[in-house]
Design a protein around this ligand. Sequence first.
Ligand SMILES: Cc1cc2nc3c(=O)[nH]c(=O)nc-3n(C[C@H](O)[C@H](O)[C@H](O)COP(=O)(O)O)c2cc1C
Length: 369
Amino acid sequence: MYALIRPLLYSLPAETAHRLVMAGLRFLAHVPFLLRWVRSRFAPTDSLLRVDALGLTFSTPIGLAAGMDKDAEAFEAFGALGFGFVEVGTLTAHPQPGNPRPRLFRLVEDRALINRMGFNNHGARAAAERIAATTERNTVLGINIGKSKVVPNEAALDDYAQSAAFLAPHADYLVVNVSSPNTPGLRDLQAVSVLRPLLVRVRNELDTVERARRIPLLLKIAPDLADADIDAVAELALELKLDGVIATNTTITRAGLQASPAVVSELGAGGLSGAPLKQRALAVLRRLRAKLGDQVVLIAAGGIENADDAWARIRAGATLIQLYTGLVYEGPDLPRRIADGLAARVREAGLTSITNAIGSEANHRGSSS
Ligand SMILES: Cc1cc2nc3c(=O)[nH]c(=O)nc-3n(C[C@H](O)[C@H](O)[C@H](O)COP(=O)(O)O)c2cc1C
């Protein structure tokens, strides 16, 4: 089916195609009987894939990465398509239009995208109202927050805290995003000296707003951090008892692309996602796992486009995985296909649960060395 629709979508500018798809999914999200039908057809139910993490139960470890459903308009539709969880956002305290268009590009031969969306969103308050109005909640919902462009880095703490306050009552988990390349200066917030007070402030805000429930707090990092900076983030995660780290966001590098350098440079600045990000994202994940042991949940993102990729990340220490670009190239049955492939690999390995495979690469290495 997607093979038929794909050429039509690809004949449109990338963002127009995205908007068309989102309009369809928004519609689906508002028709309960259709939603139930899609869920019964697509959503995997194999109990082997169930993951208990972050105090939550995930029907599968396969999630939708942030950026696709920025304004939390269709998360139940993505859940019905078979995602075990959906991360909405990035949301900012101030509504903002994002960068001028065009700002999203396909690199088809690389199975990649370049985007410089710039956190276009209707704001944290509007998203909170929309989520609150959702009558039937069946999908684990992560909420990703970032800094408003109009706010300078010196005032970032208040800005993040404001978003956290709006969204805390609706979040199954909350992510502090300091790793988008498309908000000037944002990635400077990854320096531990700045990150520590920011994360402490957001944690306090969550605990103040939601006294009866501890909302898991995660940090999303860039793949472009130097190894020493990854280690520093890992130490901070342990010090602050962060619940999780998401590795990784998009990269500003352009190495190893099939597309010609002239074409790539013409597209301009932005974050590269998809297949070319795979190796670096896996390396960052391995480094984090080595530093963190099993004390902090790791969510892997970056270039995951099939069950082999997902299995490799889980074996390298990811408890959960996320994807975005793979969905654009492979179509809406991708979460289902990955789930089926993962269940088959769990059975082949003689395991009774996918959770037994988490980090198993290290055990294997250990026993064979
Ligand atoms: C068009 C687009 C927009 C994105 N927007 C966000 C965002 O708002 N916040 C965020 O944390 N990550 C955002 N991302 C990054 C993804 O969540 C993900 O980390 C990255 O694309 C790597 O995964 P992938 O290779 O499966 O796409 C965006 C990615 C794309 C392609």
